[in-house]
Ligand binder design. Structure first.
Ligand code: TXA
Ligand code: MG
Length: 348
């Protein structure tokens, strides 16, 4: 398949440039586009055949439901049966933005979009290209992250081109994604909202608006719990190399990482170390990458997926990563990092 590449500058956006991709979406094709979280691979949410193509292009298991993206509040009406009061408060506070909410679905949402569930995930992205594209297409747009299934989510157009060139109709190249981690997924169908996937909108942010919030215990990888969000049970974010996380007192962690690295280097392995700017100069390895300052979790989160992909380009055999505080935005960072590591964590 020939893939149309379309470069669009979000700051000097010519809205007529989006006519073509909007048409492709409306007519059952696939368009990859930037959002503030990660790039999405979009299809018309009301067109079962178009949605089927998404699963094929990504190699995604068909029981993993998709998020429906909308550009106006009015679009909610045809997609859900009813909107709980707490969801209205959360929409006011966080839409457009990186919060996805799970509602009871209406009859208009095809089963293939929700993996057969009777609920539907909905979000209104804040990225101007995403909003304008959805608005011009005139339909709600399902969009999983625009990566091959199992790979780190794409936070830059180059990542999408690498994974999906020749597999989709159009890729909009719109620069890098500000948040860099997928949206927070929040189930609002019960009494208390439950976080199924942590993201930039944190538990504390949600609690401040609606008073209480619970977190699905399965997000930490405890095998006792089956995740309520089907997508969370699959291996994810996996670079080619094995990933190991070390946690503990900072100085002990640094010492132990260097000890492991020295041994692996002696065995002729290519070793990658993922650290923060503060500790960057303290390591010996084949490749050392910094995610940014450990005092700035926004920066760490926005660079994580790109960094995992850069280690692949460096063809390292193993990636040894420092860990972060499992609170606030650190919860989302650690959730993705632990999944990338297949829960391979060493406490020192
Ligand atoms: O930031 C994002 O959310 C990005 C951008 C493109 O918007 N999209 C994204 O989609 O991350 P995806 O398909 O990679 O992840 C969707 C997650 C999966 O974990 C899926 O299982 C969950 O949302 N999900 C979707 N519908 C659900 C439902 N009805 N009930 C529970 N979980 C659901
Ligand atoms: Mg994904």
């Amino acid at each position: 398949m020939e893939t149309l590449l379309l470069k669009i500058d979000r700051n000097e956006m010519d809205v007529s440039a989006l006519e073509k991709p909007a048409d492709i979406l409306k007519n059952g094709g696939l368009v990859a586009f930037p959002t503030e979280t990660v790039y999405g691979l979009g299809a018309n949410a009301l067109d079962s055949l178009a949605i089927k193509k998404i699963y094929e292009a990504k190699g995604r298991p068909s029981d993993n439901p998709l998020i429906v993206h909308i550009a106006t509040f009015e679009e909610m009406e045809r997609l859900v049966d009813w909107v709980p009061d707490m969801a209205i408060k959360l929409m006011d506070a966080f839409w457009p933005g990186p919060l996805t909410m799970i509602f009871k679905k209406s009859g208009e949402v095809p089963d293939i979009a929700t993996g057969g569930l009777d609920s539907v995930a909905i979000r209104m992205p804040s990225h101007p290209i995403a909003l304008e594209l959805i608005r011009q297409s005139g339909v709600p747009v399902v969009a999983p992250s625009a990566n091959l299934s199992g790979k780190p989510s794409p936070t830059d157009a180059a990542h999408v081109v690498k994974d999906l060139m020749g597999r989709v109709d159009c890729i909009i190249e719109g620069g890098s994604c500000e948040v860099g981690l997928e949206s927070t997924v929040l189930d609002v169908t019960g009494e208390v909202p439950v976080i199924l996937r942590p993201g930039r909108v944190t538990a504390e942010d949600i609690e401040a608006v609606v008073g209480s919030v619970a977190v699905d215990p399965a997000i930490n990888g405890d095998v006792e719990f089956v995740p309520k969000s089907p997508g969370m049970k699959y291996t994810h974010y996996s670079p080619e190399a094995e990933v190991i996380i070390l946690t503990g007192e900072e100085m002990d962690v640094i010492k132990q990482i260097n000890f492991m690295s020295d041994n692996l280097l002696k065995m002729n392995k290519r070793v990658g170390i993922m650290t923060c700017s503060e500790n960057f100069a303290r390591y010996r390895a084949s490749v050392v990458f910094s995610l940014g300052s450990k005092e700035n979790m926004e920066e760490i989160g926005s660079n994580l997926f790109d960094c995992l992909r850069r280690f692949d380009e460096e063809a390292v055999d193993i990636i040894i990563a420092e860990s972060y505080e499992d609170e606030g935005l650190g919860q989302a960072v650690m959730n993705r990092l632990k999944k990338a590591a297949g829960y391979n964590i060493i406490e020192v």
